[in-house]
Write a protein of this length. Structure first.
Length: 179
């Protein structure tokens, strides 16, 4: 089905783009953290507002990486019970239930993140540190990351309902081969 393949690729592209943003912020965190440590220890001059920057950046790193973790099925799972089940309707049903829970969770986070972001933009919310960082970009990143993770979970659920439960696992295996 061409439309489903298009959606698969679009969602995968969004997840990869979000992961790239997270990777950039990880690099920036490493640079700022190193500069702050070296500056504090050797020069007795810490990087101004390094803590505030780190706090804001961690939100971007965590939430922009959610979709990729969902795509790779990298979230923490407890498979003591499901690992002992034979493939069949019970295992598929439990997987569907887990995906529906993920969809609901990401939808609620995205919705509340959107509300928080719009309120933060309206009042131009900023941190209270030496440098007054705007807080709303992190809230927007939270919302965007959750929407992309929601789309990935929905994509996996559609594949499961269509009878190809290994489709999302196959994508992760293909991605490993590409790396």
């Amino acid at each position: 089905m061409p439309f489903l393949r298009f959606c698969d690729r679009a969602i995968q592209w969004l997840g990869t783009a979000a992961l790239a943003v997270a990777a950039v912020f990880i690099g920036l965190l490493a640079i700022v953290g190193t500069a702050d440590s070296v500056g504090t220890q050797l020069l007795a001059t810490p990087v101004p507002s390094a803590l505030e920057f780190s706090e804001a950046s961690l939100v971007v790193v965590v939430f922009m990486g959610l979709a990729f973790a969902q795509h790779r099925r990298g979230h923490v799972t407890v498979d003591i019970l499901t690992g002992r089940l034979r493939p069949g309707w019970v295992r598929t049903g439990l997987t569907a239930l887990a995906l529906l829970a993920a969809i609901a969770f990401f939808a609620i986070l995205a919705w509340r993140g959107y509300i928080a972001a719009t309120e933060s933009i309206a009042i131009d919310e900023r941190s209270l540190g030496l440098t007054r960082f705007p807080i709303w970009p992190g809230k927007i990143a939270l919302c965007i990351g959750c929407v992309i993770a929601l789309l990935e979970s929905l994509r996996q659920f559609v594949h499961l309902c269509r009878g190809d439960p290994d489709a999302f696992e196959a994508h992760a295996i293909e991605d490993d081969a590409a790396l």
